[in-house]
Ligand binder design. Structure first.
Ligand code: NI
Length: 392
């Protein structure tokens, strides 16, 4: 059987699986039901696998193949803490949890890919071994890093060491049937910070006997707007947002301290270094100019998701050959973050966007929106792309 009718023969069951996953969303590292479903499916497809990875819910599958370079294909399985308002029949049965980022679709696509590749490999060996990475906790939990740390790519869990990895994400602004990517940075690094500006509290009627951290914080926030425009290479770009300001209790007290919280996003490590150094200098310097002390804690988030130029060129040639050049687009980088970045830190990686927007529709609910629902028609497209990469 060729690829298209083989995928077609699985589609009705795969849509049912997607709806079942959507109805039973689980947060990062709690994907026990999802993990069991994945393992059941791999077992039924005759695919060798190991569960219990990355803290318990990660699953690694392996399909043997010829002497071509071994590759990995990745899906994330976790949901978000959102109350679903989509109104679909398969709406979340877990109150306050929802597959609002489409990871139910990604998991289903990789299950479908496993079914198709396993069936194909029984007819004739695949040209290369394929590792299937079902990871937990993409949404802030860095499940991808734990899969890497557990040895999922280096051959210590199952199968040979892999030499490249591919991952996809459903994209609501991209038309169904279209795939998009770019070489180099595709998603941003996202770090968080908490800063504290400390003065000397006292009576609001006697400010000269106090050191006012609120006035200092206001000056810091103003000056921080210059970090992006004056300190970071404008071609590289980035984001510095202060998202929480907290200080004081009532009208007649100058507080002791003010707390600031925020985030930085960037696509190039140099931009990140300039951004962090520039903000720290302004924070401490401006606070000092107002007689205050300042301290800052950085919370390192996900690194930049970087598409290896060769892995991207391979992806581009394979998907253009499969779908036609007119279905493949180049995309601008996005300032969101992805823990697919951790795989790209150890082996060449390529991440791509999978169009979800139905034909004739101007828009659909975005990722992380309470009305979002993955488009079932994209399941077939995702499987075709993954299967083509495995068979190339
Ligand atoms: Ni996502």
């Amino acid at each position: 059987m060729t690829t298209a009718p083989m995928i077609e023969s699985h589609l009705a069951q795969l849509v049912a699986i997607r709806h079942d996953l959507h109805a039973h969303p689980e947060l990062g590292y709690e994907e026990h039901r999802t993990s069991e479903l994945v393992q059941r499916e791999l077992e039924a497809a005759g695919v060798e696998f190991r569960g219990g990875l990355a803290g318990g819910t990660g699953v690694l599958g392996h399909i043997p193949g010829g002497d071509g370079d071994p590759i990995a294909l990745r899906a994330d399985m976790d949901a978000l803490p959102i109350v679903e308002q989509s109104g679909v029949d398969w709406t979340s049965q877990h109150q306050g949890r929802m597959h609002a980022c489409g990871h139910d679709g990604h998991t289903t696509i990789l299950i479908g890919t496993a079914r198709v590749l396993a069936a194909m490999s029984r007819e004739r060996a695949l040209p290369r071994p394929v590792t299937l990475v079902f990871q937990p906790a993409e949404e802030g939990g860095a499940g991808g890093k734990r899969m890497v740390d557990d040895g999922c790519l280096d051959g210590s869990v199952l199968g040979p060491p892999v030499t490249a990895i591919f991952g996809l994400h459903g994209w609501p602004v991209l038309p169904l049937g279209v795939l998009a990517s770019r070489p180099g940075p595709i998603l941003a690094s996202a770090d968080g910070f908490e800063a504290r500006i400390t003065g000397r509290g006292g009576h609001a009627a006697m400010p000269h006997r106090c050191v006012d951290p609120i006035a200092a914080a206001a000056a810091v926030i103003q000056s921080a707007q210059h970090v992006m425009s004056r300190r970071v290479d404008p071609v590289q770009g980035g984001v510095l947002s202060i998202t929480r300001v907290e200080g004081g209790t009532t009208h007649n007290i100058i507080p002791e301290a003010v707390e600031l919280q925020g985030t930085t996003r960037f696509l190039e490590p140099e931009a990140g270094e300039a951004l962090h150094a520039g903000f720290e200098e302004i924070l401490r310097g401006v606070a000092a100019a107002h007689g205050c002390a300042a301290e800052i804690d950085w919370h390192e988030g996900y690194p930049v998701t970087f598409n290896d130029p060769e892995a991207h060129a391979h992806w581009d040639a394979v998907v253009a050959g499969t779908f036609g050049r007119d279905q493949i687009q180049s995309m601008a980088p996005i300032m969101g973050g992805e823990d697919f970045s951790f795989y790209g830190q150890v082996i060449p990686a390529c991440f791509f966007a999978l169009g979800l927007l139905p034909a004739g529709q101007a828009e659909m609910p975005g990722l992380h929106h309470p009305s979002f629902d993955f488009n079932d028609d994209a399941i077939e497209v995702g499987i075709r792309a993954f299967v083509a990469l495995a068979k190339a």
